[in-house]
Design a protein around this ligand. Structure first.
Ligand code: PRP
Ligand code: URA
Length: 216
């Protein structure tokens, strides 16, 4: 299971060796988009498998070919909300674990000069608040984009159970989310050192969207 950061208690770090191995390959600058995408989805699936342990279940009965068996099903609808565009790069991996999940989208990009989020799209299921929501974005830098997306989910749609799934988080973004959205856990594979003067995570992995989609 992920470990809670002592410095940023809203952040939970997946230190599993297999996940850490994949992150190291992703970080490498000569990893091309085909491998980058595959590794990112593999990590997302592994993370989701563990963090979904907290999802509510309900008791059900099913008929096997022999007799009735007691079992469990997920009790609430699960919704994934990737932040466009890099969040899309983790979504398929999670859908492989929970194929019945619905997928909303929030479109926001960062103004490269001001570092402020610029919103351009939002579409989520009307009953999104009826179950757990995973807000997905591989990069948590200043936290502006994630905080904006979380505002939409908590304030416009009344969600109460939102967790963020990212790959690399900066301490600055972790602190911002703890301040803005204290109930939201942030699951990550690495809490990196800091942001550089351009707002990029160090050591990070560069521009996630460009590396996922091959638009460098
Ligand atoms: C990246 C990333 C996050 C955001 C993080 O997206 O995927 O959404 O930056 O930065 P922040 O925490 O400082 O807001 P980007 O703005 O590059 O947009 P893109 O995915 O469309 O390329
Ligand atoms: N967005 C990215 O894609 N990478 C960073 O390091 C910061 C923001």
């Amino acid at each position: 299971m992920p470990k809670q950061s002592s410095e940023h208690p809203n952040v939970w770090v997946f230190d599993h060796p297999v996940i850490q191995d994949k992150l190291t390959r992703i970080r490498q600058k000569n990893t091309q988009h085909t491998d980058f995408r595959r590794l990112l989805n593999e990590i997302a699936g592994l993370m989701c498998f563990q963090l979904s342990r907290d999802f509510q279940t309900m008791d059900v009965e099913v008929e096997t070919p022999l007799e009735v068996a007691k079992g469990k099903r997920l009790a609430e609808p699960v919704t994934l909300v990737p932040v466009l565009r890099a969040g899309v790069g983790m979504t398929d991996g999670i859908l492989q674990m929970i194929p019945e999940a619905r997928v909303g989208h929030i479109g926001v990009y960062r103004n490269e000069e001001t570092k402020e989020p610029v919103p351009y799209y939002s579409k989520v299921p009307a009953d999104i608040a009826d179950g757990p929501v995973l807000l997905i974005d591989p990069m948590l830098a200043t936290g502006g984009s994630a905080s904006y997306a979380a505002n939409i989910l908590f304030n416009e749609h009344g969600c109460t159970n939102v967790q963020m799934v990212c790959l690399v988080a900066a301490p600055e973004g972790a602190a911002r989310l703890r301040e803005d959205h204290p109930s939201m856990k942030v699951y990550t594979v690495s809490l990196d050192q800091c942001l550089n003067k351009h707002g990029y995570i160090v050591p990070g992995l560069g521009d996630a969207g460009d590396r996922i989609f091959g638009t460098l």
